[in-house]
Design a protein around this ligand. Sequence first.
Ligand SMILES: Cc1cc2nc3c(=O)[nH]c(=O)nc-3n(C[C@H](O)[C@H](O)[C@H](O)COP(=O)(O)OP(=O)(O)OC[C@H]3O[C@@H](n4cnc5c(N)ncnc54)[C@H](O)[C@@H]3O)c2cc1C
Length: 225
Amino acid sequence: MLVHSRDRILPELSEPLARYALERMAARGVTFKLEKRLADARPGVVVLKPAEEIRAWTLVWTAGTAPNPVLETLPIERDKRGAIAVEPTMAVNGRPGLWALGDCAALADAKTGKPCPPTAQFALREARTLATNIVAAARGEAAAPFHFDSLGALCVVGHHTACAELTVPFFRHKTVRFSGLLAWLMWRAIYVGKLPGLERKVRVVIDWVIELFFPRDIVQTIELR
Ligand SMILES: Cc1cc2nc3c(=O)[nH]c(=O)nc-3n(C[C@H](O)[C@H](O)[C@H](O)COP(=O)(O)OP(=O)(O)OC[C@H]3O[C@@H](n4cnc5c(N)ncnc54)[C@H](O)[C@@H]3O)c2cc1C
């Protein structure tokens, strides 16, 4: 049973892809409770708002990420989410020599003015611009404002299916959308490509190939110290 406060799941994706994801999951037995919120959880009961009680012993809460709480201890300007207010160059407002990026920074894109989402896709590009800006600042040169057009979004729906919404290179306002096995293969290829080191890539690929034929291995070796 999946509870979501909005009238649709996956608001980051276009409506047809979100519908595809919902239909795939519904076909596998997932029940959707849309436009409902979690109000309370007691042993054996999950309470929703508007009022509804669900008998359940397992509750998985996936309410998104927040900036690191350590930021609350710093005497710097922060936005509503708790992220550090920065200029488009990632310089912290009113604090020369201090910079912030990634999930901890409330950064607006220099071209669009839209907030940069807290994703690795953006954090990696911000890191490159910031590295250049720090060198520029040390040399007394002007720092560059940050701009990046999102490459798109991939979302796995399970059972070898996924949704893909990708920005077409050189036509930044055009997107291609597709779903199913091809999107899933693309998602896997991109993620394995991003893994650091050949050894890690090989291990993960072997693991994924084994998983195609056998159930997931739930045995884990934990080193106790
Ligand atoms: C479950 C999940 C799935 C995600 N999937 C995607 C995805 O598919 N695509 C995507 O683009 N993004 C995804 N993201 C978001 C992405 O992981 C983050 O946006 C990205 O990692 C932010 O990078 P960052 O460098 O700002 O922070 P982080 O990657 O979180 O790095 C911060 C580092 O600081 C360290 N740290 C924390 N406190 C201290 C301290 N006091 N002193 C020193 N070090 C400290 C942490 O250990 C960590 O290594 C996902 C996030 C989650 C949680």
